[in-house]
Design a binder for this molecule. Structure first.
Ligand code: NAD
Length: 358
């Protein structure tokens, strides 16, 4: 494996991270040191109250709120937000929310060429990646561009205390998926592997604590720390079969993003297990489990996550086409993509069976 030969390339993104309970109180100082005197706060309609709180910590700089961020970043929403940003003559954006809100700020950074400060409130990790997406006429277009990275990220676990439990679980497992695939990526490296293992450990332990105490600030902090690490891995390593399958499932069947990741993860990791022993050892260690794929399956079950594609509304007859589309334009993967093996794996995920052991 490339990474074990200590022969690798590591690129870190330039951004500033301010982490901790109450970190949001430093927002006006962060905006001042970034030279941003006029900013637009963006959020989803559901998070208007959070955006108002964030606006209050921005002092006079936050001149307006745009509360129409939506899942999958519709082009029409980007256009409306651009118009508001222009008419308010802002120099930057503060994105307060999850991957959907940060996705909107990314498109504003790209189209309007204005920087943004991210205040993530889920565990999706988009703030740590140069990946953007926009949806027009039912088609999602994605790309990579360093200009969509935030100038500063403020992680404040106190803003995540009310993150609903199902969203906490699915976005936490989505984060673990980024780290897990980063462990066996073709361009992985020892630094990313440290981050990935630590990210999985922090997220799994944090979520286990949250299962009994959803408002525990330390556990929320552990999950946010895990999200940062797992998101960083996604931002720096190529993803493999897991992300490809989730992309195809989500795109062609309009499935919920994070839940699809949560269901698929044990199965895709089981599929690759024999071909990525080093990655499996790190996942086992992070989860304190005897088997990586079973450990992930049991974690999802323990947290009450949906465990089958059938539960997400997928029809059995759709599986064959999903595999065809996946194979037609594959991502690199440690295990060769054999149609019949992929069908077996997808059926297993559809039924919600435990993953096959390598
Ligand atoms: P989301 O941003 O869609 O948020 C889900 C719901 O939870 C929303 O209604 C939101 O208002 C609410 N919410 C968020 N934080 C809350 C909080 N603290 N308290 C109460 N409610 C809260 O969900 P997500 O899982 O964070 O993001 C999913 C999107 O992000 C997908 O579109 C996915 O493609 C994208 N994503 C992109 C990247 C990337 O690198 N570009 C990485 C991961 C995810």
């Amino acid at each position: 494996m490339i990474a074990n030969r200590l022969n690798f390339v590591y690129t870190s993104w330039r951004n500033r991270v301010v982490f901790g309970e109450g970190a949001i109180t430093g927002l006006s100082d962060e905006l001042a040191s970034a030279g941003l005197d006029r900013v637009l706060v963006v959020c989803t309609p559901q998070q208007r109250a959070l955006a108002e709180l964030v606006q209050s910590h921005a002092g006079k700089s936050a001149v307006a709120i745009f509360d129409e961020a939506r899942m999958h970043v519709p082009a029409s929403v980007v256009r409306s937000a651009s118009e508001v940003a222009r008419s308010a003559n802002v120099q930057g954006v503060v994105a307060a929310g999850g991957g959907s809100t940060i996705g909107l700020a990314k498109m504003l950074a790209l189209h309007e060429q204005i920087p943004y400060v991210a205040v993530p409130t889920t565990y999706a990790g988009s703030e740590m990646t140069p990946i953007y997406g926009i949806t027009a006429m039912n088609e999602k277009r994605t790309g990579r561009d360093e200009r969509v990275l935030p100038k500063t990220v403020i992680y404040d676990p106190s803003l995540t205390l009310d993150l609903p439990w199902p969203v906490s679980v699915s976005s936490g497992l989505n984060a673990i998926a980024h780290a897990a695939e980063g462990l066996y990526a073709f361009d992985s490296n020892p630094i990313l592997q440290l981050m990935a293992e630590e990210g999985i450990r922090a997220m799994a332990n944090g979520m286990r604590q949250l299962a009994t105490k959803p408002h525990d600030i330390e556990a929320r902090g552990a999950c946010l720390y895990g999200a940062w690490l797992c998101g960083s891995v996604l931002g720096q390593a190529g993803m493999a079969i897991h992300h490809k399958l989730c992309h195809v499932l989500g795109g062609s069947l309009d499935l919920p993003h994070a839940e699809t990741h949560a269901v698929m993860l044990p199965h895709t990791i089981g599929y690759n297990a024999e071909f990525a022993p080093g990655a499996m050892a790190r996942i086992r260690r992070a989860l304190n489990a005897e088997d990586a794929a079973m450990g992930l399956y049991e974690l999802g079950a323990e947290l009450g996550s949906p465990c089958s594609l059938r539960d997400l509304g997928v029809q059995e007859r759709e599986l064959s086409r999903i595999v065809d589309v996946t194979i037609a334009n594959p991502y690199w993967n440690p295990r060769p993509l054999e149609r019949s093996d992929l069908m077996d794996m997808l059926y297993q995920a559809w039924r919600g069976d435990p993953p096959a052991r390598a």
